[in-house]
Ligand binder design. Sequence first.
Ligand SMILES: [Mn+2]
Length: 430
Amino acid sequence: MTEMRIAAEIVAAENDKREAAHRSDYQALGEKLARSSIDIDKVTAKVADFFVAVPSWGVGTGGTRFARFPGLGEPRHIFDKLDDCGVIQQLTRATPTVSLHIPWDKADPKELKAKADALGLGFDAMNSNTFSDGSDQAHSYKFGSLSHVDAGTRRQAVEHNLECIEIGRTLGSKALTVWIGDGSNFPGQSNFTRQFERYLDAMRDIYKALPDDWRLLSEHKMYEPAFYSTVVQDWGTNYLIAQTLGEKAHCLVDLGHHAPNTNIEMIVARLIQFGKLGGFHFNDSKYGDDDLDAGSVEPYRLFLVFNELVDAEHRGVKGFHPAHMIDQSHNVTDPIESLISSANEIRRAYAQALLVDRAALEGYQEGNDALMATETLKRAYRTDVEPILAEARRLAGGAIDPVATYRASGYRARVAAERPAVKGGSGGIV
Ligand SMILES: [Mn+2]
């Protein structure tokens, strides 16, 4: 029996208030889509089957380089974090897995597994951390980790990743995400070639220890914390890494890790074409790695990314199963509300992309009809798919309006009373 963090009666009562209007909206949208020969229930079933992992660090209050303002009832440790993830899943039914970050979430794997099982949660990709120093480590990562000039430091970073794999095996995870802060702040500080050779050697050691049914995901980022150069700065380098390591290695695309105006959807298409798209860290940004909520700044870009994913699904691309994860950090909202909102926005982009008339689009592309081709995308994007999202949640036992239901439940006030305020604490901007 799954433990419900919010009483089932509250969800039912909130749904009752909205059910009649929801049914009417769903029927109206169903009739509209039927005129384009789209079966709304089939779209809803696909949306209900689309999931995205919640990052454990996302339920804590994040911050900027300037400050961090602790929120009420912040999780004190990974078990509190799992409780909060349980709330997001209970209301959205879109987030059945959690992505852990080691060492932030280090605990007895058996206890972690038992807690997650009780909440009906599973574990997605493991995330290693060699971008900050733990209290008990011999070598510092101040000047890098997997690409460090010192062999002992590189070895320590490799060992940490191997430990993450071991913990993940116990938990049922199937992927390791490696993001490093390695790079340089000054021209001449590092030899680009030798630094990348050291990184590849270290990654080979990690790759060798990877179980056969696991994937190794590497994440590129153009700057921060290194500001002149990073070792894995762009998708080209990321592709070279995945290609060099082998078939279990894939590229992870974090939407915030590109220069402004980069055509991310095209990068996604390229990685799909060459079998190296491993998955996503969804978030949004205005200028850089802002870690804003998915779809909050450029929802059309999120849709265009999903247009490529649905296109690949439509073409039946072999071995295509990218990992979907959220990677965002909050300073001004309740993280649970932001993660609920992001999960919805990601599903929204997926639902809209499912509505694209692909045969018509292909016809316009072949006929060089640019206006109608782009209009075909816009028509799908302009469709208000909220009734589909709500129905997918309702059918799975979730909330028709998850944020309103969350607020009505008084969960934050309840945990604020249970969890004493923490001063300071770690951030989590990766
Ligand atoms: Mn990320």
